[in-house]
Design a protein around this ligand. Sequence first.
Ligand SMILES: Cc1ncc(COP(=O)(O)O)c(C=O)c1O
Length: 399
Amino acid sequence: MTAITTAQNKLRFMAEELAELDQKGLRVHIRTIESPQGAWLQVDGKRVLNLASNNYLGLANHPHLVEAAKDAMDRLGVGPAAVRTIAGTMSIHVEAEARLAQFKGAEAVILLQSGFTANQAALGAVLGKEDAIFSDGLNHASIIDGARLSRAKIIVYPHNDVAGLVELLERETEYRRRLIVTDGVFSMDGDIAPLPALADVAERYGCLLMVDDAHGEGVLGRGGRGIVDHFGLHGRVDIEVGTLSKAFGVVGGFIAGPKLLVDYVRTRARPNLFSSALTVPDTAACLASVDLMEASTALVDRLWANGRFFQAEMRRLGFDLGKTVTPITPVMLGEAPLAKEFARQLYERGVFAVAIGFPTVALGQARIRVMLSAAHTDDDLHYGLEQFAAVGRSLGVIQ
Ligand SMILES: Cc1ncc(COP(=O)(O)O)c(C=O)c1O
């Protein structure tokens, strides 16, 4: 047997599994975007209205960010060329941490490579196998993976069910440390965690409290300062995880909290100890996002106005938008094939919106998730609504 056939035999299980996914319509197909991010995109050669990305404030291609990135590259180059704890940190990272801490109203911030690694960093640093993590049933995959990496016992409480959480806290007591963790805004439904009640419970039961504010930053709170600001809970949430890849329009993640926590994470979190820092242009662009958000609430206001208008019109047309209370707009359709066909017809009509089915959401709860942005004009929203109405009628979803 040649070396090539042996390798093919060893990898055969992959071909079989991919074929099975193809057959079930569950294989991931990724479209190619040939333009900058914005209200309209060039996708696989076609100009389409963008209702798919997390570019909440339209900053991903904002001139201020692009200029800041170019200018920083002229001064500081591109790559950090090192893990920060080994070969030193760059001044721009230190500056970004200070600005983000100020923006979030937190004592300190540590920058990380992504929101995904920030969750791993926080959970992995703070907890070990003697501990327990009480995790909302709909938490993001990066929280679940971070929880697994920490080796703590994972106890899942029913989604947003504070009484259910309390029952579990009463029962599950034999741990060194206990931590409650929740998404702030749930990305598939657009509902919000009951953070004030969770803060009360965390204090009553002596638990640490952590929130992943990936979809709250730039959206909730004064000028987009996030869920802790929205509820006025400064000082009552121990660990705030953030991402720079959504409203901030760039890439990267961070952890905000008391200086002691951030110092601890710096010396304990493996993504900080064993992985290089953000690039110079990314970091500079994030600083430029903070500039814009601090200067004016106009973009956040526009995002909410767009959300309110689009959702009111969609409900008037007869669509079920689930339990959203944020600009995230799930259009509930039920079965996955219907959602896929809906997305396909929208695309034919020049609208890029993504169908989401099992396992990302529960079976029978497939949907199109519409992501609104401050970048959308009134005309854009009217265009999107017309196409939703036409496809909804053609597929019998609305009258
Ligand atoms: C709730 C939540 N947390 C974390 C992440 C990961 O963020 P990043 O893309 O910065 O890794 C996401 C991204 O989808 C998210 O929705």
